[in-house]
Every structure is written in C-alpha cells, then in structure tokens.
Write a protein that binds this ligand. Structure first.
Ligand code: ADP
Ligand code: MG
Length: 340
C-alpha cells in the first residue's frame, strides 16, 4: 500500500523538536534564563525542586510580554527577535529560533506570568495537558515568571534517561554558573529548594562573578588577559600554569555574551600555554570574546552551543598569542618561582 503523507499536528511536531532543545532539566533552565537575558533583565531568580522535574521557575525583571503577544510566545517559530535569516548577521539576542517555549510546553505543564512596564496588571497563561491556554489577569511585578512543572510527564522515555538529583541539579547549577560568568552585569540567584546555592551581585565585575561561581581562592589567583585586534577582542582571566585541572570543565568561553563550546578556542588556548602545562592537564580560564555577529555562525545546532567561525586560523592565532604574552608578562612565571 502507498504510504499516506500527512502533516504532524502542532503538539506532536513540538514534542519532536523538544527532543533536540530539551534534553534534560538543565536545558530548560538554560533556555528560560536566556529568554530573561534577552528581555534585558537585571535580576534573574531561578528556583528548582528536586532534580528539576517537579518544578523549575525562572523569574526576571525584564521587559515582560505584552497581553496580545502572550498567546504567541508558546507557538513554534514565533519570535520577537528576528524576522529573516539576514538578521543573524547582526544578532544581539541569545534566542532567535522561537522553539524553546513551545518545545518545553509540549513536554511539561507550563505557566507564564508576565507584566510589561506599561501595563498596570499582569496576565498569566496556564497550558492544560492538551496544550490549550487558560488566561487570568493577575497582580505581579514588572517582568516575567515561567514555571515548568512535571517535566517529561508525557514522554516517559526521556524521564527514564535522567540521572540522580545530585547529578541533574549539578548540571543545572553548572549551567547557571556558566551563564553568570557570561553576564557579570546581571544578578543571579539559584535556590534549591529554599536554600541559596549560587548568587552573584550583578555589579559587572567579572572577578567578583568568578569568586561566586568558582570560589574566592581561584578568583584571587587568576591573571587578567586582554587583547585587541581590528576584528576580535578578548577579555577575561586565565590561570597561572601551576593552577590546573584534569578536565576542561573549568574552561569558560563566552562569545558576545553567549556560552559556547569550541574545539578551536580550546586548542588555541592549549597552544598558548605551550609547554608550560603538562599534557592532560588544563588551565582554568574565563574568556569573553567579542566578534562581529557576521563573522561566525551559531545556527549549527538547536542548543546554539556549537559555533563556527569564518576566520578560524586568524582567530586561533590571536588567542594563542594573547595567552602566550599574558603568561610571558606575568613576572615571575608562577610555575618557575623559586624559594629565596
Ligand atoms: P526565542 O527566544 O528563540 O525567540 P522562545 O520560544 O524562547 O523563542 O520565546 C518566544 C518569545 O517569547 C520570545 O521571542 C520573546 O518575545 C518571548 N519571551 C520568552 N521569554 C521571555 C521573557 N522572560 N521575557 C520577555 N519575553 C519573553
Ligand atoms: Mg528563547
């Protein structure tokens, strides 16, 4: 028999897309917090129950969502951030695919409460299990709160694949730590369940944010690095060669405020340290890279963590030299200190 082609209903299409965007509770947290950052929030509070499955709530004091726009926020490919693909060349926001909220909504019980600055009251949207919205006018502060309950309640295969509460919460806390290092100008508070686990001041001081995320001892020992090229700008901190880790976990790369992973950047870093660090050991770094949005592509994967650069080689060389010169100029080189 000839197979019959039909278009998937929106709910099923969203659930399939969710497979890529929403891998686990930490991915939900990342998407919600990135939306808060895009909304221009100065304070972002994240509260978690258990491993994130029972409840994730992200509250911000950003621009809010207008009453007319709220129904659109949970529709796939609906976004306020771009209009055409060309907009990616001067993208200023972390989001642009309009996929996160509908994906999350399709695999959880979602509620959004929001109030823009020019409204006297807020509006809350609660989606029922069939994906239909119920609206209610509510009193709430300016900004947005998104509450995700019972994550993966309707996709048992996903639920089964999740790890223990310490592992899943560890990934959530790592995600917030990374984002907080990318945005020292925003005050983040992570609570689990009612205890503050991570808190940054939002004063814009990167070393202060590093102290909150990686601890005071590491923050004290890191060395500032800055370098400029007509196309690229590098700013941040790198560890002296005697402060190393056995994994690359403590290497934080930020590209225009977006946390990214990139083997190119990682390799350039290793080459910058040259022979100062034994093989299999890795420096601790927090590096903010500024590159014109037209010179790289983040539209490689739905999670937007992977990135491709137009001028890989030149950029590698720039980073390698910046690291090398920073180490050379730190006198005396910490690993070569001799006792008097
Ligand atoms: P994207 O971020 O790619 O646009 P999302 O599904 O994450 O897609 O969000 C859809 C839209 O909902 C956003 O474009 C934005 O207009 C709105 N939105 C989501 N979260 C917030 C928030 N915290 N504050 C203000 N607007 C928000
Ligand atoms: Mg988004």
């Amino acid at each position: 028999m000839t197979p019959v082609i039909h278009i998937l209903d929106a709910h099923s299409a969203n659930q399939i897309a969710a497979g890529e965007v929403v891998e686990r509770p930490a991915s939900v947290v990342k998407e919600l917090v990135e939306n808060s950052i895009d909304a221009g929030a100065k304070h972002i509070d994240i509260s978690i129950e258990g491993n994130g499955v029972p409840m994730i709530r992200v509250r911000d004091d950003g621009c809010g969502i207008g009453t007319k726009d709220l129904p659109l926020a949970v529709i796939r490919h609906a976004t306020s951030k771009i209009t055409t693909i060309e907009d990616l060349d001067h993208l200023k926001t972390l989001g642009f695919r309009g996929e996160a909220l509908p994906s999350i909504a399709s695999v959880s019980r979602l509620q959004i409460s929001s109030r823009p600055a020019d409204e006297v009251a807020g509006l809350s949207l609660t989606l029922n299990d069939a994906g239909q919205g119920e609206y209610e006018e509510i009193g709430c502060p300016i900004g947005t709160a998104v509450t995700v309950r019972d994550l993966f309640f309707n996709t048992p295969a996903r639920l089964k694949f999740l790890k223990s509460t310490p592992t899943e919460f560890g990934l959530i806390s790592d995600t917030i730590g990374r984002i907080a290092l990318a945005h020292p100008e925003i005050a983040f508070t992570l609570t689990h369940p009612s205890q503050i686990v991570l808190q940054t001041t939002g004063r814009g001081d990167l070393r202060e944010a590093i102290a909150a995320v990686l601890g005071h001892s590491i923050a004290r020992q890191l060395m500032p690095i800055t370098a400029r090229h007509e196309k690229w700008q590098l700013e941040g901190f790198i560890s002296p060669p005697n402060l190393v880790r056995s994994s690359k976990q403590s290497q934080y790369f930020m590209l225009n405020g977006r946390t990214v992973r990139s083997s190119i950047l990682s390799r350039a870093l290793t080459e910058g340290y040259h022979t100062l660090i034994p093989v299999k050991l890795h420096p601790i770094v927090v590096l903010h890279l500024t590159v014109s949005p037209g010179d790289y592509d983040v539209n490689v994967h739905p999670t937007k963590m992977d990135v491709r650069f137009k001028e890989e080689q030149g950029l590698s060389q720039f980073i390698k030299e910046a690291v090398y010169h920073t180490l050379l100029n730190s006198k005396p080189l910490p690993s070569m200190q001799t006792q008097p």
